[in-house]
Each structure stands twice: as structure tokens, then as C-alpha cells.
Design a protein around this ligand. Structure first.
Ligand SMILES: Nc1ncnc2c1ncn2[C@@H]1O[C@H](COP(=O)(O)OP(=O)(O)OP(=O)(O)O)[C@@H](O)[C@H]1O
Length: 332
């Protein structure tokens, strides 16, 4: 065999990457499962500090479709911020698949990462001071990202800033600086800033965390309007039940994994009124693992092992034998 033939037998990097992606898709149960505007599959993030490893995400699976508005909830330390930092391009995962709008977040060059952060995603942070520059007016804050991206063209840019401020309900405050706005007004302005460059996805980390209920509802209303009017996919991390209860899909994260989700659909009642019906789902990963919702575990004091029975159309979960004898409980 000649040296040339040996060299040409070695696959190039692009081929290797393609094969790796194919294998990952097969492992994940086919490429259908990996279709979505935001896709996380077996996502792992391990932090190492002073020789100690913390597994913040341990194989998280999540698929969000284009145009969805999804709330992510979970106890403190469950991995929500780690997930958001990865999806927003601030942090790099240790392993797994993380893809947003066809950007592979594990393999971004510095240049593509910058363009991803400038053009594809927008963010609203909990701390109002992190979202807005204090010496610029609301309008100037909205115009700034457009200016930096070279998109602010005279009147058109100014008109877009006004439209966005109108959409989030603070156009009448356009000439005020952040210090002259309430916390809720600042956050609504921050939503307008975050979508100034027409991103595909908007991430909001506890955007109503520092606000009272009514003001928080206004900020959430602004996110909802942006989702509906601009078709931007919106992902909100929140502890706020008022927010989590109002979206069609709430995903709960526990110990760095997607644990369960609630889906809500509108149904017309017999009297013609519209009611929101919630259904809770556990997330089944590709190896068949799932987590029971914490409320179910607590309600029947389930622990250590449970009894499973396969019925024709469902699976029964009952307390383990010793437990059911002592507690007298059962679940279905
Ligand atoms: N930079 C880091 N270095 C080391 N450990 C980290 C780092 N960031 C997060 N962690 C750890 O990873 C785990 C998940 O943290 P994360 O901040 O994602 O949780 P969270 O659900 O957002 O919590 P909270 O609601 O309190 O913000 C925690 O155990 C945390 O201590």
C-alpha cells in the first residue's frame, strides 16, 4: 500500500464529526428525537474546583420546539442556571448534545460563539442592573445592541426601538434612564433590549425574581407578547408559580436531570367557558429511567423500592412490601 493510500484511508475531521453525530442520534433513539429548536440530549456539566467534582447536569434531556414558551422550574442547586448558561453560550458542556437553532454548542469556535450570542439568542437576567446601562435612556438601551451589530439605520432603527418598547408596554417611558424606572419597568425594557437584534431564542433567568406579584405578571406578560408577536422561542427559569402556572409547558429539573413536566391545554367546558387542563408527565430517558414527581413520593411516603405491575395500558407503582404493610398505602 502506498503512503498516499494510507493517508486517504484516514477520515477527515468533518467525517468523524458527522459519524459521531449519527452515532449520538442512533443512541438517542433516532434523529427524530433530536429534532427541535433547542435540543439537549444526555447533557453533562461537571465543575472541578480544588480537586472536587460537582456534577451539575447529569444527562439532561430536553427538546423545545420553535415558537414555544417554556418555564423551567427546580429547587435551588438543581442545575437550572448551569443549563441556561450553556444554552446561552456563556458556558461549555462537558459531554452530551446541546444544540440551539442548529448551532452545536459543544463545538463552537470563539468567532461563532460570539455571533451566536449576538444574533441567535437574547437574555434577560434577574438582576435588573445586569440588563440595562444606567447612563442610557430606555430607548438608547434598546438601540445599543442594534448599533453594535451595525443594524441601526437612521429612522428605521429608531422606529424599531419604539415598536419594541410599545410591545412591552413602556414606550411612554422611552426617555427615562433605568434609575427613573420601577423594577418591573426596567425588566420590561430589558425584554425589549434582549430582542432588539431579532434573536431566535430568548432566555430569561428569574426575570420576576426581585418583583412583587403584580409587577412580575406585567414582566411575564411582556415575555408572552414577544413570544406571540415575534414568534421568538422563550425559555424562562423561574421560582414564580404565577409564571410557571400560566405557560403551556413547565419542565421540572431535579438533580441535574429533567424530572417531569406539566402540559396545559385549553378546553371548552360544557357551559362554553374555556378552562386550562393540566397534565403531569414524567420524562422517560432513552434507557427507560424516570423520576416520580416529588409530590407523589411524599404523598405515599415512597422510599427505597416500589412495586411495579404492568397492566394492559398502564404501569402501577405501589409502595414496597415492608412499606405497604407498615403504612397501608398504595399508588396507581
Ligand atoms: N462554577 C461552578 N463551580 C462549581 N460548582 C458549581 C458552579 N456553578 C454551579 N455549581 C454547582 O452546580 C450545581 C447546580 O447549580 P446551579 O446554579 O445550576 O443550580 P440552580 O438550580 O440554578 O440553583 P439556584 O436556583 O439556587 O440558582 C450546584 O451544586 C452548584 O453548587
Amino acid at each position: 500500500m502506498t503512503a498516499t493510500a494510507e493517508v486517504s484511508a484516514v477520515p477527515d475531521l468533518a467525517t468523524l464529526q458527522q459519524r459521531a453525530a449519527q452515532r449520538a442520534a442512533e443512541r438517542a433513539g433516532g434523529s427524530d428525537r433530536l429534532r427541535g429548536h433547542i435540543v439537549c440530549d444526555g447533557l453533562v456539566r461537571i465543575f472541578k474546583t480544588e480537586g472536587v467534582e460537582v456534577v451539575a447536569l447529569q444527562g439532561l434531556d430536553l427538546v423545545i420546539d420553535r415558537g414555544e414558551l417554556v418555564a423551567i422550574v427546580g429547587a435551588s442547586g438543581s442545575g437550572k442556571s448551569t443549563l441556561l448558561n450553556i444554552l446561552s453560550g456563556l458556558d461549555t458542556p462537558t459531554a452530551g448534545i446541546a444544540r440551539v437553532a442548529d448551532y452545536d454548542l459543544l463545538a463552537l469556535s470563539a468567532r461563532r460563539r460570539l455571533s451566536y450570542r449576538r444574533r441567535v439568542v437574547g437574555f434577560v437576567w434577574q438582576q435588573t442592573g445586569r440588563n440595562l446601562l444606567p447612563y442610557l435612556t430606555a430607548r438608547e438601551n434598546v438601540e445599543l445592541p442594534m448599533r453594535l451589530a451595525g443594524r441601526l439605520r437612521g429612522r428605521a432603527g429608531r422606529r424599531r426601538a419604539t415598536e419594541l418598547l410599545e410591545m412591552v408596554g413602556v414606550a411612554h417611558l422611552a426617555d427615562r434612564r433605568p434609575g427613573q424606572l420601577s423594577g418591573g419597568e426596567q425588566q420590561r425594557c430589558a425584554v425589549a433590549v434582549a430582542v432588539a437584534n431579532d434573536p431566535e431564542v430568548l432566555f430569561a433567568d428569574e426575570p420576576t425574581g426581585e418583583l412583587d406579584e403584580a409587577t412580575g405578571a406585567d414582566v411575564f406578560g411582556a415575555l408572552r407578547t414577544i413570544n406571540a408577536e415575534l414568534g421568538v422561542t422563550v425559555v424562562v427559569v423561574t421560582h414564580d408559580h404565577a409564571v410557571a402556572d400560566q405557560v403551556r409547558r413547565t419542565v421540572a429539573i431535579r438533580d441535574g436531570r429533567t424530572a417531569s413536566e406539566v402540559r396545559r391545554t385549553a378546553r371548552i367546558g360544557e357551559d362554553g367557558s374555556t378552562e386550562l387542563v393540566s397534565e403531569e408527565y414524567a420524562v422517560l430517558d432513552r434507557t427507560g429511567r424516570m423520576q416520580l414527581p416529588a409530590a407523589f413520593v411524599d404523598a405515599l411516603a415512597l422510599r427505597e423500592r416500589v412495586r411495579l405491575t404492568l397492566e394492559p395500558d398502564h404501569v402501577q407503582v405501589r409502595p414496597g412490601q415492608e412499606q405497604s404493610q407498615s403504612d397501608g398505602g398504595s399508588a396507581e
